[in-house]
Each structure stands twice: as C-alpha cells, then as structure tokens.
Design a protein around this ligand. Sequence first.
Ligand code: NAD
Ligand code: UDP
Length: 316
Amino acid sequence: MDYIMHPNTKRNLITGGSGFLGSHLAKKLLDKGEEVICLDNFFTGKKNNINELIKNRNFELIRHDVTEPIKLEIDNIWHLACPASPIHYQFNPIKTTKTSFMGTYNMLGLAKRVGAKFLLASTSEVYGDPEEHPQKESYKGSVNTTGIRSCYDEGKRIAETLCSDYQRIHGVDVRIMRIFNTYGPKMRADDGRVISNFIVQAIKQEKITIYGDGYQTRSFCYVDDLIDGMILLMDSDYQNPVNIGNPNEFSIKELASIIRELINPKLTFDYKELPKDDPRQRKPSIELAKNLLNWEPKIELKEGLLKTIDWFKKNL
Ligand code: NAD
Ligand code: UDP
C-alpha cells in the first residue's frame, strides 16, 4: 500500500544532511515521525552516515550542490551545507565562500518561494579571534577579512546578513544558530578537527598533535545536546542570532590530557606549529538560549568523549 503522508507531518529539507550534524538531525526528525529530504554534494558528507536512514520511507536523498538553485515543496529548511573543518574549508576556499553566499542565497530564495521556515547553521567563527570573553550574541566579532580562515568566517557572516535581509525585505521566517565546537559519533576520522584527531591518534597509539603551546581554549558541546538546541530554536519564533554550545572551557592541552587518560595514558604529545589566525579563546555565553529556549547542555565532556571514543573504536 502506498504511504500517504498525514497533512500535519512536516517536510524538512536538510542541506548538508549526510554530514556529521546533518545526519544526527535527520535521525532525530525521522524519529519524531517527520519527513526528511537530505540534500548533499558529498564533499565531506558520507553515505555511511545515512545508511540506516535510507530504509525509512520518510527519508529521501538528493545529490545536489547548493550553489545551484533547486525547486522543492517543503515546510522547513535546515541549511547546514558547508564544509566545517579548517582543512576542508581551506581545501578550496573560493568554493567555500561561494557555498556560503550562493548556497544560502539559493536556499533563502527557496524558503521565500514556498513560505518555509529557514534555519542557518552559523558559527562561533563569526566572532573571529574574540576580544570579548565569553562571547555574547551582541559581540560584533574580530575577524580577519584576508586570512586563511576568512573564506569560512566571512562566508558565515554574509550568510547571516542574507538571512536578516530576506527576513526584513521578504518576510522569510529565519533562525540564526551560532554553533560552537561540537563533537560526537559520525565525525570523520580524517576531519582534522581537534577531538577527532586526538581520539584517532590515541586509538592508533600515535603521538597526540598539539598545535602551538596548547593554551588556546575551546568549549565542546556533545552532538545530542546541540541537536536538541537546534530543534528548539527552529520551533521558537526568535529571528536573531542565538549561541548554542557548551560553556565549559578547556585548553587544548587539557583536552589532550583527558583523551590520553581515557585511551592510553602512556602516549606523548607532539607540538606542531599553530595555524595562522587560530583563535586564542572561545566560550559561548548561553544566557539567551537558556532564557529563550529553556535549553542548556546536559552532557559533560568526559561522558561525551567516552561515547565518541566508543563509536570510533567500532568504526575506525
Ligand atoms: P560536515 O562537513 O560534516 O557537514 C557538511 C555537509 O555539507 C557535508 O555533508 C558536505 O558534503 C555538505 N556540503 C558542503 N558543501 C556543499 C555544497 N556546496 N552543496 C551541498 N552540500 C554541501 O560538517 P558539520 O560539522 O556537520 O557542520 C554542519 C554545519 O554546521 C556547517 O554549516 C558548519 O559550518 C556548521 N557548524 C558546525 C560546527 C561543528 O563543530 N561541527 C561548528 C560551527 C558551525
Ligand atoms: N588543534 C590541535 N591539534 C589538532 C587539531 C586541532 O591542537 O590535531 C587545535 C587547533 O589549532 C585549535 C583547536 O585545536 O586551536 C580547535 O581546532 P578545530 O580545528 O577542531 O576547531 P576550530 O579551530 O575551528 O575551533
């Protein structure tokens, strides 16, 4: 018998839906009984991430590049398509800027045409190398316009600008989520991000590569907490930027010591050159998310790391 969708079932488009965050979001929405169209060009996304979802009759997959327009009938657009790790967004920086601008422009045009709600996966990188700490949404940022991270940082800044102008001029119902460093199962082993690098190195009994002196800080959010925040934000009616992240701050050296302790305390550190424009500190102020969405992260770093290590041990 053909499946007939209930008229109240939401149809969600997730751009970048086969990536790390997109595949977790897709699963969560399918578990709620909603429809998901996953759109991806597979630059960093993996079919493995969505293997288990393909069997679900509410799931569809489209290979498409968001820099090209597309016509679809949907209720919600979760716009995540963009490489997120420095090695991947710096691989073809002009394409990264193009994806951020043209991709967001095309998806906002689609949202305008069909009256869909639109959520942008923005980033803490809009704050650059921040002089304000922790970073509140009101902080305007300190971003280099010409450095090696600019394609991503400035790309996300212009994407936020596009969202705000589509909201003001065309009445598109936008959400802007500033995501802080997130980790968990389904990160790529070759992603180059700090948590996946450290875990993979430790499992392989290799030296742990610390860039610079390791005193730079980040605040790490477990993926389940982040996806809960993302869905709450979409369900809210707030159209300005909201930070979603875990405010517990760690130096990279502390993180390396924790992961070493959890996998193999005998491993040593290998200090490497600090990449250019690497932010010295990062920690979200999440007061707005707490008040607006009644959201705060629940999973502490060690607990999230253990789940992530377990996944990498099974999937490396
Ligand atoms: P990811 O690299 O795993 O996923 C990105 C997905 O987008 C991939 O599936 C990739 O193939 C797809 N993609 C890239 N360019 C595309 C294009 N032109 N057309 C269609 N698909 C394209 O990264 P992620 O960690 O899942 O990040 C998802 C989003 O969240 C990104 O927009 C990223 O900027 C944002 N974000 C993530 C983090 C984090 O810590 N994970 C932090 C801040 C912001
Ligand atoms: N980093 C590190 N060793 C690695 C990978 C990253 O010391 O093997 C550092 C990196 O220089 C940065 C921090 O860890 O200071 C977070 O890096 P990541 O690429 O995960 O995220 P981002 O810099 O975009 O926040």
